[in-house]
Write a protein that binds this ligand. Structure first.
Ligand code: AOF
Ligand code: ZN
Length: 370
């Protein structure tokens, strides 16, 4: 186990801070930050990865440093890459620049890299250490890590309910349970997601846009454009037609249905079919498919039926529940449709991660424990 100095912690903390700047723009790539210092621990240059296809964090920092990179220490939040992807390997660039020491927070879970970057650097005579602030680094890229290790996105289910856990009146009326600040918070979550999932029931009831309506300025994006997450609609009974609002708004759409629709959808709408024995869309297969498309973070905004199905099939990793200071009564509808249970040990357990107020509402974040 390497002994890291105070200076090492300081600069890795800065690299992590830089990496987080990429949270609205890097996918399918991870968020990565890099700091270059001289051997006395003075800052030379810094960089963060902005967009897939663009330069990696190390390259931005190296370009900024120029000749000063010779003999420098590089702090990177992810192991430098060793492969030719959309861009050439960063490990080679660090070697060529004459960097003396590389400190990485964690190995790259991408099987194309997976330790090879660190080996490449070591073999070139560079002093290499890994694992500094590893937990914090992992917390920046949970979706990327999930997709690289399991081929599926990290799935977050968003729910909005009253204090008594109700999401809609008996007649289906549900607008608006939570306040404006909570809805703005949802917009930020959408913006940080690669795709948004809902069901045909929600589309037919609410005719939602399911897009990001925040500006570059609101997201703090300097010189970058807001990305519209892919919208994924589960339509097991082929009930949808192109007249719903979301189909005419810009951005990619994946329609997961039973068979090719007889309707003519716009070109940005792709149809995908894989049903299970009950002839419903096979949700596990859908997750694998989304993984293959490069979806790291999937944000679900659905009704109780799809929410219940995803929970029962153990496909939800995280819950974000906005809870309004309202009581809707026992006739109103609940959060997730599930079969009747008879013992407490059959209930789905949660592990609270964060509780805070967002405007007048509560926001509860929990990990789902199956
Ligand atoms: C790094 N630094 O800043 C990033 C890395 O297609 P490419 O060339 O952009 O490569 C993408 C892969 O490179 C990505 O899946 C991940 O393994 C790594 N990302 N690596 O050294 C960076 N963004
Ligand atoms: Zn790289």
């Amino acid at each position: 186990m390497t002994n890291f100095s105070q200076t090492d912690y300081r600069w890795m903390a800065r690299a992590l801070q830089l990496a987080r700047n990429g949270r609205f723009t890097t996918s399918p790539n991870p968020n990565v930050g890099c700091v270059l210092t001289d051997s006395a621990g003075h800052l030379i240059a810094e960089g963060w990865h902005q967009q897939a296809g663009g330069p990696h964090a190390e390259i931005i920092a190296l370009r900024q440093a120029g000749d000063k990179a010779r003999g420098a220490v590089a702090y990177v939040t992810l192991e430098p890459c060793s492969h030719f992807g959309r861009t050439p390997p960063c490990a080679q660039a660090l070697i060529q620049a004459g960097v003396k020491r590389v400190v990485a927070a964690m190995a790259d879970p991408n099987p194309l890299v997976a330790g090879r970057g660190l080996t490449m650097l070591t073999e070139a005579g560079i002093e290499v250490s890994s694992g500094l602030m590893c937990e914090q680094a992992q917390a920046i890229n949970p979706g990327f890590i999930r997709r690289m290790t399991q081929g599926r996105p990290l799935v977050t289910l968003k729910l909005a309910a009253s204090l008594d856990g109700k999401t809609a009146m008996e007649n289906g009326h549900s607008r608006w349970i939570t306040g404006e600040k909570a809805r703005l918070d949802v917009q930020r979550h959408r913006a940080a997601s690669c795709a948004i999932l809902t069901g045909s029931g929600t589309v037919m009831l609410d005719d939602p846009a399911l897009n990001v309506r925040l500006s570059e300025q609101q997201l703090g994006l300097d010189g970058l454009t807001v990305r519209q997450p892919m919208r994924v609609i589960v339509d097991s009974r082929n009930q949808l037609n192109p007249d719903y609002r979301l189909f005419s708004l810009p951005g990619e759409i994946l329609l997961a249905n039973k068979r090719v629709s007889p309707h003519l959808f716009a070109r940005q709408v792709r149809q995908w079919h894989c049903t299970d024995q009950g002839s419903r869309v096979n949700l596990a297969a859908l997750m694998d498919f989304l993984g293959s498309l490069g979806v790291n973070n999937l944000w679900v905004e659905s009704g109780a039926a799809l929410a219940g199905a995803l929970l029962q099939q153990k496909l939800v990793d995280k819950l974000v529940l906005y809870q309004a200071p309202k009581l809707m009564g026992d006739k109103a509808k609940g959060l997730a449709l599930m079969p009747s249970l008879s013992h407490m040990d059959e209930a789905i357990g949660l592990d609270w991660q964060d509780i805070r107020m967002v405007g007048e509402d509560l926001r509860l974040t929990a990990r789902v424990c199956y």
